[in-house]
Design a protein around this ligand. Sequence first.
Ligand SMILES: Cc1cc2nc3c(=O)[nH]c(=O)nc-3n(C[C@H](O)[C@H](O)[C@H](O)COP(=O)(O)OP(=O)(O)OC[C@H]3O[C@@H](n4cnc5c(N)ncnc54)[C@H](O)[C@@H]3O)c2cc1C
Length: 476
Amino acid sequence: MPRPVPQEPPRTSSRTSSRRTSPRTSSRRTSSRTARTTPASPVRIPPRTLHTGIVNGALGVTAMGAVQAEPSARLDVLFATGAHLTGLLAGYGVLVMLFLMARVPAVEHGVGADRLARTHALGGRYVLSLCAAHAVLALCGYAAHADTDLLRAAVDLLGYPGLAAATAGTVLLAAVGATSARAVRRRVRHETWRAVHLLTYVGAALAFAHQLAGPDIAGGVLSLGLWSLLHATVAVLLVWYRVVVPVRQALRHSLRVLGVHDEGPGVVSVVVQGIGVDALRAEPGQFFRWRFLRRGLWYTALPFSLSAPVRDDTLRITVKAAGDHTRRIRRLRPGTRVLATGPFGALTAHRRTRRKVLLLAGGVGITPIRALFETLPGGPGDLTLLYRAAGAGQLVLKEELEAIARRRQAGLHYLLGRSDEPFDRLAPQALRNLVPDLADHDVYLCGPPGMAAAATAALVRAGVPEERIHAECFTF
Ligand SMILES: Cc1cc2nc3c(=O)[nH]c(=O)nc-3n(C[C@H](O)[C@H](O)[C@H](O)COP(=O)(O)OP(=O)(O)OC[C@H]3O[C@@H](n4cnc5c(N)ncnc54)[C@H](O)[C@@H]3O)c2cc1C
């Protein structure tokens, strides 16, 4: 007789093999029980709402600029009007960029960090284009008004209060944009890119100073008040969620490495334990940014998904050695202090719309998918996991996956073979052969960007609507 399948996520029935009971760990467990409260459902802002909010804000800013515009057919006035409008929109765009990266939980959990990063990258291009348009239009407007050449106009303009600051701010934002261009980003270290990115705050502050010196904002009490309020709100959100919350979490949960286990070639699982970890309300499918306080790792926070649900005050990640930092993770010792900020990510059960779910993982993308495979509610036959890897030797967490599949009577198929082989294991017909009623499924997908893009295209061609494909890529 098959065993009954849990309809709700199983909670604390199984344990990681790393558990070692000590007075220290048992007291931590007790404190977690007392810290456990009934979690309210987290607020999530869906992508469409965020998008509508941003567009409406841009329309509001345009209306604010239009109200102040002087109707005229004179060339210098037309240039000036264009300069004011693009300047206002660029200022608003900088605020939106900062807001998207403020790590506000409602936005992170509703939209997803990878999608936010993509929106931020695209928005950054618009902001830089608006800054360039603003500078060129202002220059042309001044030259037309003063009846002078562009060089003379540029020298004159730099003498105006706030304009040297604005130019410096624009140069900083352009430098940030240049290091983010794909071709450059691939060549620079992540830490270098991040350090340059911090200049955005200086650029934004200089741009704000420039806006306060100009007539559009400073000219009216209402516009000045609104603009200042918007900036203050974003600044508070940034300080709160990027500084205060991480520090509070570090002090409250006091995380330490409990054990490190081999999972396969170049892959290890790290179990981290702390106090009151349940209060973090991390959901299967989410990730944290991890900072391991040991030599060679403390200065960078690396994103890793939870590869198992949170239980008994422990968090587990499974890490593939991809570069210098991930190679050092293998050498972590039990007791090493850990700072983890999060949880982040929207690849969670809340996105599900159908009873049947296909989980599709590529390579180390199995980590969040493994946690979802164990916990997504479902009866026999409701869940199917397809795990794409180059070969059997590359499969990780295999025994756990097979045990979950047996216990939950879920489908589990390994799609093995190199990606350059002629037979495409992710072709629409190949997917339909494995999951005949594929179009009736929600799909949770996680893998490298190339595989995720190919799988999404194949799923759409196989009849799965795009809004039912919930994907996360391991790149920002
Ligand atoms: C949301 C998310 C979840 C992830 N979950 C897992 C997981 O569960 N298991 C796993 O093995 N890998 C996961 N990754 C990938 C993992 O974070 C990278 O492989 C790791 O950061 C590489 O670090 P490195 O310095 O060793 O390699 P490097 O060779 O320095 O970098 C390899 C790649 O990782 C990027 N990277 C490096 N440092 C960071 C950083 N601090 N933040 C963001 N990207 C960075 C680099 O830009 C480069 O593209 C995840 C990535 C993301 C974005």
